[in-house]
Design a protein around this ligand. Structure first.
Ligand code: MN3
Length: 236
């Protein structure tokens, strides 16, 4: 099995004016493609790892041979993060979530406004390259976290619900150095339905983990399942 670049689930221009057409084309076709290529290259000669889902490998980096561990972390992470990123955006997105996601955000952060402020602050103040995330921890609590480079929160035992790419390649063509303006624009295209579905999946999977007799098997099954939700056509 080799990993494949999943097609964007909408046109390059779909997120205009908040995320511009040229940025989407370069970001998806060049940057994401390069992560996929380098991830596959790292796994050459490791057929047993080629059969594992991306998230499973990222969840258990210690099980990856040391000579390719950094490459899997960086390029497998880049593949997983970007796949999730495209699917977390929609031209009909924005606004505020409802239902159980709204309740969970209110419980964790006070209000949606407080959450938005804290997330934006984390994204705008992150030094260097990386991502800002809304995650669920092992006890089911929501939290905001950041990761450097292409690290995925799964490597720290956190379920990612929503991730914001704050590498300059994600915004520089349109916003130049104005990261805060990019973050402000990004809120208009967040697909809350995607985030809500991830929260439901995370809670179901946490329950299954607590009940599992074989945690390794649970992890393998779970991350394969979540991988396939994030990335319907990336693994063939
Ligand atoms: Mn990127």
């Amino acid at each position: 099995m080799t990993h494949k670049l999943p097609p964007l689930p909408y046109d390059y221009s779909a997120l205009e004016p908040h995320i511009d057409t040229r940025t989407m084309a370069v970001h998806h076709d060049k940057h994401h493609q390069a992560y996929v290529n380098n991830f596959n290259k790292a796994l050459e000669g490791y057929p047993e790892l080629q059969e594992k889902s991306t998230l499973y490998l990222l969840n258990d980096l210690d099980s990856v041979p040391e000579e390719i561990r950094s490459a899997v972390r960086n390029h497998g992470g880049g593949h997983a993060n970007h796949t999730m990123f495209w699917n977390s955006l929609h031209y009909a997105g924005g606004g505020e979530p409802g239902g159980k996601l709204a309740d969970a955000i209110g419980e964790a952060f006070g209000s949606f406004g407080d959450f938005k402020e804290a997330f934006s602050k984390a994204a705008t103040t992150l030094f260097g390259v990386g991502w800002t995330w809304l995650c669920v921890d092992g006890e089911g609590n929501l939290l905001i976290t950041t990761t450097a480079n292409q690290d995925n929160p799964i490597s720290q035992g956190l379920f990612p619900l929503l991730g914001l790419d704050v590498w300059e390649h994600a915004y520089y063509l349109k916003y130049e150095n104005r990261r805060a303006d990019y973050v402000a624009g990004w809120w208009n295209v967040v697909s809350w339905g995607f985030v809500a579905a991830n929260l439901t999946a995370a809670r179901v999977e946490l329950g299954a983990r607590d009940a599992a007799a074989d945690v390794t098997k649970w992890a393998e099954d779970t991350w394969a399942k979540i991988d396939s939700v994030f990335s319907k056509s990336s693994d063939e």
